[in-house]
Design a protein around this ligand. Structure first.
Ligand SMILES: [Zn+2]
Length: 392
């Protein structure tokens, strides 16, 4: 079997100067099989995934066979990557947009419970009607029809939202959704401040997690917050529930769709050894899914999970400088200090100069904010709480 390797350059944005921002897209195509979409760097400071994707391309070029296709976008967001202030990476949002915000919160949900009745509204896929119409179909028909309906809904979002011109964040999100519209498996590579490796996944796809070898798992709810993995997989999670309601009970695995957000450690860090390790995690997953040949090995680790609703995000109670008492991966007990905010400016006043931030619940510290300078109300850290061990 010959594996085709192509690359493309997608025009994403024209700047005031006429400079054109392009996104390099790499695609491997083999024989019949599943389609995989892998991207990194939607958040500009999150560069570890660029390295992983780069090394993955090297490794894939040495593979003898491919069943399906793999699309890799090592850096999906040049606006985010290029956004620097005083030498610091700041591109989590477009600095010139006041409404759209976080680049990973603007993806579009393509399903709704009831079919829209007004033709002027975006024609998202109405789950109740779809389930009623297809409850007796075989699984390949349901999958094909639903996939087609999602693509039509995506085209309708682009057409209707685009009438008055798209905000850049929305254009970027829709472009990503179009790039992965034919994918069966999606991997979105991120990092998180100063962080331990962790992974976001729906319950429905947890059995594949050991093939990435990332032990802390944050389980996504049936809830939409505009994140890519949700936009990709939630329609299928909800389709399954809609079919159950009309008496058709299918295992989620019947749809053969998976999505994962891999958080590859800390932001603004890249390391040759980890690039290689991270590329091999993805390669192992691709073998597990049969896209590549050869045996996949689940990584041995002590896997544990927390529901996203139990993923505690602490904010600074006052402004000052952070003295950390805990690091990512550390266990913390209720009442124990995560950090102390040093308020040196309070010396010679009645106010405290050192304000401890105490853990509200037991858990594992997942990530810390990068800067040790905070204003009141800024993010401090995230802690996984009500942790459960997972055995595979
Ligand atoms: Zn991110």
């Amino acid at each position: 079997m010959t594996i085709q390797f192509e690359h493309d350059s997608l025009l994403l944005r024209t700047l005031a100067s006429g400079a054109q921002l392009r996104v390099p897209v790499f695609r491997f195509t083999g024989g019949a099989g599943k389609n995989v979409y892998i991207q990194a760097n939607i958040h500009g400071p999150e560069i570890a995934g660029i390295g992983a994707a780069h090394r993955l391309i090297d490794l894939l070029r040495a593979e003898p066979a491919l069943h399906g296709s793999i699309t890799i976008v090592p850096s999906i967001n040049p606006v985010g990557l290029d956004a620097k202030i005083n030498g610091m990476q700041v591109g989590y949002a477009d600095l010139n947009e006041t409404v759209v915000g976080n680049f990973n919160r603007v993806y579009q949900l393509l399903v709704t419970e009831k079919t829209p009745t007004d033709a002027e509204d975006i024609q998202r896929v109405g789950l109740e009607d779809f389930a009623a119409a297809h409850k007796n179909d075989d699984v390949p028909t349901i999958t094909r029809e639903f996939h087609g309906a999602l693509k039509r809904a995506l085209a309708d979002v682009r057409a209707k939202k685009g009438r008055e011109g798209l905000r850049f964040g929305v254009k970027l999100a829709l472009t990503v959704q179009e790039l992965c519209a034919d994918a069966d498996y999606l991997i979105d590579l991120h990092t998180a401040g100063i962080a331990q490796y962790h992974i976001f996944a729906f319950d429905e796809v947890l059995p594949s997690v050991p093939y990435f070898g990332i032990a802390p798992i944050i389980v996504l709810p049936d809830d939409f917050a505009g994140v890519l993995d949700e936009a990709f997989l939630l329609p299928w999670v909800r389709l399954r529930k809609a079919l159950q309601k009309v008496g058709r009970d299918l295992p989620f695995s019947a749809f053969e769709r998976e999505a994962f957000t891999l958080e590859l450690g800390s932001a603004d860090k890249i390391d040759a050894r980890r690039m290689d390790e991270d590329a091999r995690r993805i390669l192992n997953y691709l073998r597990h899914k049969g896209v590549l040949e050869g045996a996949a090995t689940p990584y041995t680790a002590r896997y544990y999970k927390a529901q996203q609703s139990n993923y505690a995000r602490y904010n600074a109670p006052t402004g000052g400088l952070i003295l950390w008492h805990k690091r990512p991966g550390d266990h913390v007990k209720t009442g124990e200090a995560l950090c102390t905010i040093l308020c040196a400016y309070n010396r010679a006043t009645a106010l405290p100069t050192e304000v401890p931030v105490l853990a509200v619940a037991d858990g594992v510290v997942n990530n810390l904010v990068e800067s040790q300078v905070v204003h009141e109300g800024m993010a401090l850290c995230s802690v996984m709480t009500r942790i459960e061990d997972v055995t595979f």
